[in-house]
Design a protein around this ligand. Sequence first.
Ligand code: KG4
Ligand code: ZN
Length: 351
Amino acid sequence: MLILGIETSCDETAAALVDGERRILADVVLSQIDVHRPFGGIVPEVAARAHLEHVDAMVAQAMAQAGKTFADLDAVAATGGPGLIGGVMVGVMTAKAIALVANKPFLAVNHLEGHALTARLTHGIDFPYLLLLASGGHCQLLAVLGVGDYRRLGTTIDDAVGEAFDKAAKMIGLGYPGGPQIQEWAAKGDPARFALPRPMKGKTGCDFSFSGLKNAVRLLVESLPRPLCDQDVADVAAAFQTAVAESMADRTRRAVDIFKSRWPQGTHLVVAGGVAANVALREKLTQLAAKAGLTFLAPPLKLCTDNAAMIAWAGAERFRLGLTDPLNFAPRPRWPLDPTAPKAAGAGIKA
Ligand code: KG4
Ligand code: ZN
């Protein structure tokens, strides 16, 4: 089996080829970070135009890297949502055109399903497992039960965690994207100098919230002499990172308890998304997984952040089950993995 995957739902234009034996034959990613950096965040219209400009070349590059032609494909998969709709349309239209011309089935893949199934591509693990998806656009705890079968145990009631990292970084004068910079500065800081809240800690359920913490950082920064000296930047970064990691560990611990009681045969706690790169968070998750008797698993970073190999792989898993999509599939800006999940308490749910 050979599947071409295309990912254009956020700020990466990506194409990849994956086969049924979990081999990645090509995996190319063009990041738009430099295009969006001057704006301090992703501008949807700018992203859509950049995808349009580069997607053909990325597909061609992936095909050449793998030494394959469209005739060799079994199906063409593209992210069908959720995401920035202009970008999703570019990827979906490209995939449909290839599918039509090469006479291959088309697969519309849920971007979140791509993240959710990556651990099966990289490590071949069995269902069920518990997934913490922590990125710039999403913050969810999911029981992954099978292809197309997910239970959302928790989600954010306001910002995604990566968004919180990016906004906190901006407030203390660090560039975009903020997560890696906060981590770097936090390593030189004292996490105990400033007291910041641990959002949702101790609350029932597994939902996340970051807007209160973001506000607390804003008030803290306003109380400090400007411009912030290096030590202040490092200490605020350390306090923020610790607060996020502790809050997320608390939420995940609750999800682990629920997961273990409902699906006792599960053996893994998996992370995905750009924030999975954070060492402070990883440390906490490793500890809590060990305590709960679960194996902690983080796919290589390149496959944790947005990429097309995960889309091709999710496509492969769906194709194997005969789950192809018609060419009149309409891109979906919102597309929850678990349509039965109750809405979280706040507004602004992402998927
Ligand atoms: O998954 P991703 O590459 O893109 C999507 O949002 O889909 O995630 C990007 C997010 C950004 O918000 C970035 O600041 C955050 O991941 N991030 C980090 C780290 N590296 C990237 N956050 C905390 N610590 C890091 N080391
Ligand atoms: Zn993503």
